[in-house]
Design a protein around this ligand. Structure first.
Ligand code: ATP
Ligand code: MG
Length: 321
């Protein structure tokens, strides 16, 4: 299988990014041809400070490597290093119905809130389609929030194929059922844009503080509760092993415990879970030139593949002779 996914350098990665997406990237690098990229062109729709964007981009690479991406097994690169994708984006743009893009939630939500939206946000799903189609990807590991955009990609690819012949591979989203929508500190979906994140590489003390301040269920602690519906338990179960998870679930069903205990268990489990990557990140940070090398190698490999696909698409639609 050919696997591809991208992640925006809009800030440090959080638990939702890890369990929904990055963990899948790491698992899928075994036995597949995998491409992972840092989506700086997408991030440009929100990060409008060049130094920040450059910094977040390097940090994103460091974090992915620290978490276990292996550059020997995968192609890791920065989106803007593959200009073929932007060209492919235009070819897809010419066949992208306005109505289809108007229904996409990122744009719709911003508009509903009365916030000004730009063409970059509106056409975001088309660039994302080009990102995916440029590598003949079969599978795209993502969180649930991206499934709609992958549907758009499939629509655009099918319609191009219908019109111009079999050019694109039709990709499929891959979502992990138990981590499709990891909750944030307020119980809503954890997202960099909602100010409810806990970062993967948060210093343990700061992480603990955030966990202790998380909102909790308003019902009294004495009442037995269904663990699955509580966001503290949902988070705990991502970090805990089977036995600990079962024990915690039993505690919920029995009732008579304090949320403070759950929070403490959650903070302990999270600290232990990310201790090794935290140390690895410090090592990687000391050698930015090594990271640049990895990204440059990744870009060459990615360009080789993307230029083949772009050429195929150009020939099919008549813009190359
Ligand atoms: P932003 O708020 O800037 O959009 P984000 O936190 O949503 O940032 P993205 O870069 O958009 O992060 O998403 C990267 C990947 O992480 C995507 O595959 C997305 O589906 C996944 N993801 C993000 N948040 C969650 C979450 N709370 N649960 C599961 N997966 C998530
Ligand atoms: Mg997002």
């Amino acid at each position: 299988m050919r696997v591809l996914s991208g992640i925006q350098p809009t800030g440090p990665f959080h638990w939702g990014n890890y369990f929904g997406a990055v963990r899948q990237y790491i698992d899928l690098q075994h036995g597949n041809e995998a491409y992972y990229f840092i989506a700086n062109l997408h991030a440009l729709t929100t990060v409008r400070d060049p130094e920040k964007l450059r910094g977040y981009t390097l940090e994103a690479a460091i974090e992915l490597l620290a978490l276990g991406l292996n550059p020997e097994r995968t192609t890791l690169f920065v989106q803007s290093d593959v200009p073929e994708v932007s060209e492919l984006c235009w070819l897809l743009m010419t066949g992208a119905p306005m109505g289809l893009l108007e229904r996409c939630h990122a744009y719709k939500e911003k508009k509903a809130k009365g916030l000004p939206a730009d063409a970059g946000l509106f056409t975001y799903p088309v660039l994302m389609a080009a990102d995916i189609l440029a590598y003949d990807a079969d599978v795209v590991p993502v969180g649930e929030d991206q499934v709609q955009h992958i549907e758009v990609c499939r629509d655009l690819a099918r319609s191009f194929n219908h019109h111009f012949g079999e050019v694109f591979v039709i990709p499929q989203a891959k979502v992990l059922a138990h981590a499709a929508r990891v909750p944030g500190t307020d119980g809503e979906k954890m997202s960099k844009s909602y100010n409810n994140t806990i970062d993967i590489f948060e210093e343990p003390k700061a992480m603990r503080k955030k966990v202790m301040r998380m909102t909790t269920d308003s019902r009294p602690m004495e009442e037995p509760k269904a663990p699955e519906s509580d966001h503290l338990y949902q988070l705990y179960s991502l970090f805990a092993g089977d036995a600990d998870r079962e024990e915690m679930a039993a505690l919920y069903r029995r009732g008579g415990f304090g949320y403070g205990e759950v929070k403490k268990a959650l903070a302990d489990a999270a600290e232990q879970f990310f201790a090794e990557p935290l140390a690895r990140r410090a090592e990687l940070k000391a050698h930015p030139e090594r990271i640049e090398e990895i990204l440059a190698d990744g870009a060459s490999a990615a360009r080789r593949k993307a230029s083949q696909v772009l050429h195929r698409a150009q020939k099919a639609c008549g813009v190359s002779r």
